[in-house]
Design a binder for this molecule. Structure first.
Ligand code: IMP
Length: 189
């Protein structure tokens, strides 16, 4: 069914099926990596996936169901300051509910763009003395990077400067419920 949101999309970049396939692969890779001895938690506790709200919610929900090993998850919410403040300034809206000291932390993001958000989170988490920190992002906009951030698990790499929506990603809080990732028609931006 073509809904009102779909009529505003000019191009589908990643279909529902393509996303599902890639999420399955990443889930497998994460399960193998943490099972095969790269886990650093001295007490043998499972990794904690940290979902960066709100954009990564849909990705996390699908990803965790592709990981058959033990995991935990928690949520954090941050927002970028709008124009007029220093570039890359990030504000904490909601913190984690549980400590991550000694734990293997996997940050789950929708998009790493300039990298400022992930850089802020990584520094903040580092100060809490986790055993390890890795980054998983469905989309990696490599050419736009300004902060020194490397994505350990990337779903798709975007080489151009498209602004994308769907599968959790928004424009003005809309389009998160589209089941695929697409580009908005210019008249709706
Ligand atoms: P960064 O701090 O520049 O890396 O920005 C990361 C955040 O900006 C992501 O978590 C998204 O919420 C948002 N973002 C960046 N690019 C896009 C896009 O193309 N569509 C929707 N949100 C985006």
């Amino acid at each position: 069914m073509i809904g009102i949101l779909e009529e505003r999309i000019s191009e589908v970049l990643f279909s529902r099926e393509e996303i599902a396939r890639r999420v399955r692969e990443i889930g497998e890779q994460i399960s193998n990596d943490y099972r095969n001895g790269s886990a650093a938690d001295k007490r043998g506790r499972p990794p904690v996936l940290i979902c960066v709200l709100h954009g990564a919610l849909v990705f996390l929900a699908d990803l965790v169901r592709e990981i058959p090993t033990e995991i935990e998850y928690d949520f954090i919410c941050v927002s970028s300051y709008g124009n007029g403040t220093s570039p890359g300034a990030v504000r904490l809206i909601k913190d984690l509910e549980r400590p991550i000291e000694g734990r293997d932390v996997l940050i789950v993001e929708d998009i790493v763009d300039t990298g400022y958000t992930i850089d802020y989170l990584r520094r903040g988490f580092n100060a809490r003395n986790p055993a390890s920190i890795r980054i998983c992002s469905l989309i990696d906009k490599v050419p736009r990077r300004e902060a020194p951030v490397n994505v350990d698990y990337a779903g798709f790499t975007l080489e151009d400067d498209a602004f994308i929506v769907g599968y959790g990603m928004d424009y003005a809080e809309l389009y998160r419920n589209l089941p695929y990732i697409g580009v908005l028609k210019p008249e709706f931006v």
